[in-house]
Design a protein around this ligand. Sequence first.
Ligand code: 7RM
Length: 651
Amino acid sequence: MPDIESLLKEKRVFKPAPEFTRQANWNKKTIDEYRKLAARSPERFWAKMAKENVSWFSPWKKVLDWKPPFAKWFVGGKLNVAYNCLDRHLEGEHAWRRNKAAIIWEGEPGDSRVLTYGELHREVCKFANVLKGLGVKKGDRVCLYMPMVPELAIAMLACARIGAPHSIVFGGFSAEALRDRINDAEAKVVITADGGYRKGAGFALKPAVDEALDGCACVTDVVVVERIQNGTPMQSGRDHYWHELMKDASATCAPAKLDAEHPLFILYTSGTTGNPKGILHTTGGYLTHVTTTFKAIFDIKDEDVYWCTADIGWVTGHSYVVYGPLANGATTMMYEGVPTHPGPDRWWSLIAKWGVSIFYTAPTAIRTFIRLGDDLPKAHDLSSLRLLGSVGEPINPEAWMWYHRVIGKKKCPIVDTWWQTETGGIMITPLPGAVATTPGSATLPFPGIDAAIYDEEGNEVPPGAGGLLVVRKPWPGMLRGIWGDPERYKKTYWGTFKNTYLAGDGAHRDKKGYFWIMGRVDDVMNVSGHRIGTMEVESALVSHPNVAEAAVVGRPDDITGTAIVAFVTPTGGTDAGAALNQTLRGHVTKEIGAIARPAEIRFTDALPKTRSGKIMRRLLRDIASDKESTGDTSTLEDFSVLAQLRESEED
Ligand code: 7RM
């Protein structure tokens, strides 16, 4: 990993400003105390957090039941996530929040909606009754395939209210990808929309659901939010409009008293095989983790307007657009469309318009804006900002400095937060009132998180050395399994080191103990902060009749972090030209979605393989990024393949 060298030279240190520290939710003293407590007993620390930050119907009997690799947190405790996100802000000392904005939503065309806690509670109760009316019972799975509209958050909370785990499928996924996920989770009901707005035009979403449901026997009903009014075909008996079902729904719905380990959601994420994994999260531990981290890391106050730009279809949207902010009674903003419509300054105008004070986004977006120039943000009043966050991939020091200087005007702390779909919430992060930051480092583990870096033998590496990022103790937000596949769960995350969670990222630690995350070490690519398995794209490619064999690798890209490069061997007699190239890109889009479409396809007669027939991806990665292969090629079966591949570059 040559990048380690350049990153390690990064020496700039930004200390928390005293004015920030003075007002921080967690000041230095609190954090010292918490770190001490958590070091002695993570369980006692998390129990304290669960008590302080979450409301329970009945207390737990045991904080942690750890039978590696299966954890149960707050055993015997009863609670409800929707109650924590809504009802408790309408009662007691916080009753005034009834008329506080819970969600500020803006559509791409410029329409907007502000839902107060009182209104959101009402909508959620009504939709929970709608779900019940459709026969959804506690434990039944509900699939959400929606654009970024308030109804998405309402549907999530309604599911949580009645104990029906949701499985959200990002609206950019294709009908095929949706079908696989509906079937894997055996969802009973699908919530969708006729479409949404993107790049200045309406796009249809419902036809993908119709196509997906062609191969799904488990789904009985589809609820359709009318967003773009495109008169989408409705199947009578199966499809219902949201607004029609809501018309007569009662606004009274008691929150189900759910077990702390009751499933809250499944979220599919890419792994090293072609099949995405259904990551399972449960109720009490997850809520404790996201509520606590949100309060401490984003320093949320009642006066703040918080905006996380992630789509709710990814875990960042689950934990830090919806559950973390609402459980804290915060105002959370949602924006429907692309950052560049109607102009490339839309995001900055949104910050100025709504007075956003806390802003959480991804390095790929920051790099895009750097390229668009400083004039765009400078033309808007960004003085409401007081804290910035980054997530999704390593942030390069140049992007960090630009974010600090041009967006934060050198006065906003930046929290570079490392975590994963599997971890549920943030794991490694600065605490803005207490931890000095250095561009490119996510700094230190959150209290109660025992992160370390191991070599291949499972020994902790010395400072400065690279290795594998692991977590040595269970934590409340950790995944509870892979839906329907306990063996894969054991093998993927716990099969390398004894009783230790393997994150799949390479990292190293500097002399201060700060963590520097270097990116994936497995066959997972991180494209614009989104995880895509090389195998997924390969399976999509080989499912096309003109493809004999395919190998997919990532190539470093200035904007998206990684660009997808596919090496394809066409079947005999196929003309490997521009037409096939276009066809295959379209094919991958259809099978998975546009996010997985290769940036480049190279045709070749053969792929480099070992004598045992394994594709040598390391070589392909070098070729894709135009690097000399310096590594060992002694196991390569046919050397002429290499020369040929180097010549396969597109014009
Ligand atoms: C939250 C999220 C997880 C993968 C993870 C890393 C990478 C995320 C950072 C980061 C360096 C960060 N969930 N990653 N955050 N790398 N610094 N602050 O992104 O499941 O979709 O992806 O993303 O490789 O393993 S995710």
